[in-house]
Design a protein around this ligand. Structure first.
Ligand code: HPA
Length: 273
């Protein structure tokens, strides 16, 4: 995507022509978490297939539309469905919507995903606040020509997940009576789930959860000066020795089971950031 700046501008111009109200908070909904959209009073929906240069999601459980609306009056943009490297998009294409968000005026991005647990204290259905990530097993989306108008060539990554939002999320979860875990998200390309040896390696390397999304979006957001918060729903426990077979259906089912807790926290967080 060499001329991505022009493409980003065209996509943003199309969206602004369809919905031209200021929105500063965006939410990306991971696998099985689409029900969060029910919290939004919808003002405008735009299918990804309508937006120039927008990739179109191919994976089951990811419908693919931008939803503009409000939660108790607070304007929000939700991405229902995201793009993954394993679908065949380049890393920059995966993160293309984040650059469009930047041009739309988004200042804070709340990201979610389904992830496998590699921390032995985690259980299926747990929520994990992402406090850091390890991205060396995926492709960096900033490889290629840098656009200085978006951000610097060598961005700092010492705090990809904003500490003040993490603290707000913890307070909200405590107020709602929902226990949340915290940890490091280890990104892989997928689409295979990990072997037993890989889950163990990820644990050894410092990961608490492993997943096939998120970090490319986070890197592009941080590059562009967008503040990020991330939360994983733990849908399987790869580190177990007895039975760690896993299917996409089980991931969707486990995510859907934890979705009410997740949505309650994210709803309050949208209002608080
Ligand atoms: N591994 C990678 N990605 C995932 C997993 C997993 O175990 N569960 C949900 N997404």
């Amino acid at each position: 995507m060499s001329d991505w700046l022009d493409k980003t501008k065209e996509a943003a111009a199309f969206i602004k022509a369809a919905y031209n109200q200021p929105v500063e908070v965006a939410v990306i909904l991971g696998s099985g978490l689409g029900n969060f959209t029910k919290e939004i009073i919808v003002e405008k929906e735009i299918g990804y297939n309508e937006i120039p240069h927008f990739p179109v999601s191919t994976v089951q459980g990811h419908p693919g539309r931008l939803i503009f609306g409000n939660i108790d009056g607070k304007k929000v943009l939700a991405m229902a469905g995201r793009f993954h490297y394993y679908e065949g998009y380049s890393a920059a294409e995966v993160a293309f919507p984040i650059r469009v968000m930047k041009l739309l005026g988004i200042r804070t991005l709340l990201i979610s995903n389904a992830a496998g647990g590699v921390n032995t204290s985690f259980r299926v259905g747990d929520l994990m606040i992402i406090n850091d990530h390890i991205s060396f097993a995926t492709i960096n989306p900033l490889i290629g020509k840098n656009e200085n108008t978006f951000g610097t060539r060598f961005p700092d990554m010492s705090e990809p997940y904003a500490k003040d939002i993490i603290s707000k999320a913890k307070n909200i979860a405590a107020r709602l009576g929902h226990h949340v875990k915290e940890g490091v998200y280890f990104a892989v390309t997928g689409p295979t789930f990990e072997t037993r040896a890989e889950y163990k390696m990820i644990h050894t390397l410092g990961g608490d959860a492993v997943g096939m999304s998120t970090v490319q979006e986070v890197i592009v957001a941080v590059h562009a000066g967008i503040k990020v918060f991330g939360m994983s729903v733990i849908t399987d426990i790869g580190i177990r020795d007895d039975d760690n077979t896993i299917t996409h259906e089980e991931v969707l089912e486990a995510a859907a089971g934890a979705e009410p807790k997740f949505s309650a926290i994210f709803k309050e967080l949208v209002k608080a950031v």
